[in-house]
Every structure is written in structure tokens, then in C-alpha cells.
Design a protein. Structure first.
Length: 248
């Protein structure tokens, strides 16, 4: 079983998403994979309505860590739960880069998501410069350690990690299979070391960054890659279906 989770980012209208869910419902029904999609906040009520009694898992793309208060424009974990939201992407590189989210903020959001029974999808990844300067392992280690500060071992099975090299997101150039597999194994080893775990298979890490119907088979057939966080190729169900239906 692989996790195939779409990240719609700031795309699709309500009407488009309605027909999207109608098609995805059938696709998910016939799949043994975990099929999910993270939609803009305003469509969570629609997701709540349309994904009920289906095999589609849905989530938000962000949240704030405080319970309530004077935080104009923000959305709390409780608000997400009001619409039966299951997952929430935290620390996506677009949030880190465009909205200047820090590792400390990511950590607060992770702790709040876990306390509210949401599955955080924690994104980590290096930039092109960092990879070229051989900083990848150091950057990933810092991002992971900081994101998981004060997270208890028993919460690990509630977390999905996503390795998303920044240089591969939305560029059409995915990481090579070798790089993705090796880096994801490294991520699992860091987490295993932090929590004294023997079994790397207990840690779920997805690959994200230009994963599509063409390179999906190669990437998803790697043993440490537990699935994909898919942006562009998840926006049309015809494309997303091809990835969901890949037989490993
Ligand atoms: P992409 O985005 O598949 O369009 O590269 C992935 C992501 O940002 O989660």
C-alpha cells in the first residue's frame, strides 16, 4: 500500500473540485492505496460533504497553532476538525520560502496538530544551492530535529513525512530515483536514531517534487519511498488516476 496524496495548492474552483471529487471517489474505491487530497481551507466543507462514505482522505494545506484569538487570517486545528479534516500539510517549502515560516513555527504547528488528532504531513527538503554545496544531510537533520522537538515517540505513527527537494517542486525535474531513495532512507535513519527505533518501515516518508504518471512507477517502486505528495499531477483526476493505479 502506498500513500498518494494530492496537494492542490491554490488551484481549482468549487465547481471544478466538485467534479474532481466525483471522479476521485470511483478511483479511490477501486484502489488499495491510501488516496488523499489537501485542498484550500474554503473547500473543506465541500470535502467533508463529498468525501463522506468514500475512500478519499482529505486534508488542509496549513494551520495555525493557537486555539483562538487575535490572529487575523489564520485557521486553528479546532476549525479544521469542525469539518472532519484528517490531515494537514505543515512546513511546505512554499510556506517556508514565501511566508517565511521557521522551523520553530513548524514545530508549534506539528505539536498543535498532534494534540488535536490531526495527521501532520511534515515537509522537509533542501534547496538547489544546499544540495550543490553538500549541505543536504545537515539541512534535513536540522529541519527534522526541530520539527519533532517535544514530539513523543507514541505520536510518530500519526505523522507522515514528505521529502520534497525544493529544486524539484513544480519544475518538471524530479529527483532521480537514486537520490530520492537514498535521501528518504537517510531521513528514516535520523528519525529512528532520535526515537531509538529498530524498524525503519514504521516511519512513513513520501517523495514530492514533480512526481507524475511517467516517473511514478520508478519512484514508487523503491522500498523506502512510501508514496508521493503530488502537486501539479494531482490537479486533473485523469493524471492522478494513472499514478494511483500504478502497480508495484
Ligand atoms: P509538484 O508539487 O508535484 O507540482 O512538484 C509537489 C508539492 O509541492 O507538494
Amino acid at each position: 500500500m502506498k500513500y498518494l496524496i494530492g496537494n492542490h495548492k491554490m488551484n481549482l474552483s468549487e465547481a471544478e473540485l466538485k467534479s474532481y471529487f466525483k471522479s476521485l471517489k470511483k478511483i479511490a474505491k477501486n484502489s488499495s492505496n491510501f488516496v488523499g487530497v489537501c485542498v484550500p481551507y474554503v473547500y473543506l466543507p465541500l470535502a467533508n460533504k463529498m468525501c463522506k462514505n468514500t475512500k478519499i482522505h482529505y486534508g488542509a494545506q496549513n494551520m495555525f497553532y493557537e486555539k483562538n484569538g487575535a490572529f487575523t487570517g489564520e485557521i486553528s486545528a479546532d476549525m479544521l476538525k469542525d469539518f472532519n479534516t484528517e490531515m494537514v500539510i505543515i512546513g511546505h517549502s512554499e510556506r517556508r520560502n514565501i511566508f517565511k515560516e521557521t522551523d520553530e513555527l513548524v514545530n508549534k504547528k506539528v505539536l498543535s496538530a498532534l494534540a488535536n488528532n490531526l495527521k501532520p504531513i511534515i515537509c522537509v527538503g533542501e534547496t538547489k544551492d544546499e544540495r550543490e554545496n553538500k549541505q543536504t544531510n545537515k539541512v534535513l537533520k536540522t529541519q527534522i530535529k526541530k520539527a519533532l522537538a517535544n514530539v513523543e515517540a507514541q505520536s510518530l505513527n500519526q505523522i507522515i513525512f514528505a521529502y520534497e527537494p525544493v529544486w524539484a517542486i513544480g519544475t518538471g525535474v524530479s529527483a532521480t530515483v537514486e537520490v530520492a531513495e537514498k535521501t528518504i532512507k537517510f531521513i528514516k535513519e535520523i528519525i529512528a536514531k532520535m526515537y531509538d527505533l529498530q524498524d525503519l518501515n514504521k516511519i512513513i516518508v513520501l517523495y514530492g517534487g514533480s512526481l507524475n504518471e511517467k516517473n511514478g512507477f520508478e519512484l514508487l517502486s523503491q522500498s523506502h519511498i512510501d508514496g508521493g505528495l503530488i502537486g501539479g499531477a494531482s490537479l486533473k483526476t485523469e493524471k492522478f488516476e494513472k499514478i494511483i493505479n500504478i502497480k508495484i
